[in-house]
Design a protein around this ligand. Structure first.
Ligand SMILES: Cc1cc2nc3c(=O)[nH]c(=O)nc-3n(C[C@H](O)[C@H](O)[C@H](O)COP(=O)(O)OP(=O)(O)OC[C@H]3O[C@@H](n4cnc5c(N)ncnc54)[C@H](O)[C@@H]3O)c2cc1C
Length: 425
């Protein structure tokens, strides 16, 4: 009997295991490697990060843990927006004046600022965008970009998360709650960190060195809360407390005796799937840019990560990786069947590559659970779901355990916090 079993060796599971390491805990991971959505893969000598791409955190203890575990490389973020055929600095709302080749767009954005307020208490994300940025910036970037990213009606998204994610327009001073451990929106020049060698996933491999017991290739298939037993592809394990980082719908399918009202609540949790198009370039990419955000419909990705500008080590490799994030949903089906060609054409339009002949190969990774959608009813529904699970000694945590739009650092933090709380149990 284990005092604690933890499902998942991603950031949240690692955080939980590190806070319990003196105790009797065991991590079960279905894959052969560490890191979950924050792992990296290598294709033809190019390194790609699936989820996590850069490390930044408002939690000093998480930063210390990471920087003590592995040598990190720090640099200013170089992000751009590609808009009306031109690269301008990120974020759009602070730099649209640089679109001087389309003066009418600049004029509309400027004029719209007269109609802005702080967006407080907006009923939904669309209202927030219109109020915070005015109709011009909303029309020319913020609405089409966010519709492209979220692939759904923005009225379905709440507005309470935007303070941590969306930068204010030009001329508006942002107030950050740094003491409270709250994330602040990324700016054009935020300092970001990345492993000095290898991909983003090296962070989690390094942190996991201090975890005594991880069983890999062990997929949890069924959980019997009455018997406190998990049944896996490698046999069964008994636990006193079960910490899980699996996505809530996948968890509930595996737990015996879940009441219908819990399934009903979970059926309203909304999730965005992504197609991640990985492009191997057969030489070092000739640009300093790390990220490009694009609202235009003729370029399939809302965000393009030029992975090899994440560190000097990656820059030194012979082959470079570029990843295009493409949202797919019933409301936003793909406009073309040949997604990989479409992505490559987009890279040419943005002048990141000159010719398709520079591409060695491409691969598409389907991320079914990529972004938990921050709907207005999400917190109330999660309260009910967690209520029942906690009564049965099951504790979900992490991006899809909490159903929260959180980064890997926050996932570690939440895992740590939960572990410390449960130690007292
Ligand atoms: C496109 C994208 C970009 C991102 N960019 C960044 C970024 O730049 N910086 C950043 O810090 N974060 C970023 N993130 C977020 C980051 O990837 C996540 O916050 C983090 O990985 C979540 O950690 P987690 O442990 O909660 O879940 P996960 O990383 O999903 O880990 C869950 C683990 O559970 C395992 N598991 C699932 N089911 C089972 C089962 N039945 N049995 C056993 N094991 C199981 C999985 O294999 C996985 O290893 C990004 C995410 C996405 C999708």
């Amino acid at each position: 009997m284990q005092k604690f079993i933890i499902i998942g060796a991603g950031p949240a599971g690692i955080g939980a295991a590190l806070s319990l390491k003196e105790e009797d805990s065991l991590v079960l991971e279905k894959r052969a490697d560490i890191g979950g959505l924050s792992s990296s893969i290598e294709i033809d000598g190019a390194v790609f990060d699936i989820g996590g791409h850069s490390f930044h955190t408002p939690h000093p203890q998480v930063r210390d843990m990471v920087f003590n575990a592995i040598e990190m490389y720090e640099q200013r973020r170089d992000a751009r927006c590609f808009s009306y055929g031109k690269m301008i600095p990120y974020p759009f709302q602070k730099h649209y004046r640089k679109l001087d080749h389309v003066q009418e767009v600049v004029d509309e954005c400027l004029k719209g600022l007269d109609e802005t307020d702080d967006g407080q208490n907006s009923v939904h994300f669309e209202e927030f965008i219109n109020r915070r940025f005015g109709p011009g910036i909303a029309k020319h970037f913020m609405l089409p970009y966010n519709r492209k990213l979220w692939g759904r009606d923005l009225k379905r998204l709440a507005a309470d998360w935007v303070g941590e994610r969306v930068a204010a327009p030009e001329g508006v001073k942002e107030k950050f709650d740094l003491a409270g451990g709250k994330r602040k929106p990324l700016q054009g020049d935020t300092l970001v960190a990345y492993p000095a060698k290898g991909g983003f996933g090296e962070i989690y491999t390094a942190l996991a060195r201090d975890i005594p017991k991880i069983d890999f290739n062990t997929e949890v298939q069924r959980i019997d809360p009455k018997k406190h037993t998990v049944y896996t592809s490698n046999g069964e394990y008994q636990y006193q407390n079960l910490i899980t980082t699996m996505p809530i719908p996948e968890l509930l399918k595996r737990v015996e005796g879940v009441p219908q009202y819990v399934f009903d609540e979970a059926s309203h949790l909304d999730c965005l799937a992504l197609k991640l198009v990985l492009v191997v370039i057969g030489h070092p990419v000739d640009t300093e840019i790390q990220r490009v955000y694009c609202a235009d419909q003729d370029i399939p990705s809302h965000k393009t990560a030029i992975n090899h500008n994440s560190s000097d080590y990656l820059r030194s490799l012979k082959h470079h990786g570029i990843m295009a994030e493409v949202a797919v949903s019933p409301e936003k089906p793909l406009l073309r069947d040949d997604l990989e060609n479409w992505v490559i054409e987009g890279l040419q339009k943005m002048e990141i590559i000159k010719s398709p002949s520079e591409v060695n190969q491409t691969r598409i990774v389907d991320a079914k659970y990529a972004y938990p959608v921050p709907t207005a009813d999400r917190d109330d529904r999660m309260k009910v779901i967690k209520g029942w699970l906690n009564e049965n000694d099951i504790y979900p945590v992490g991006r899809f355990g909490d159903w929260a739009y959180v980064n890997s650092d926050e996932s570690i933090y939440r895992g740590l916090l939960l572990g410390f709380q449960l130690r007292e149990k």
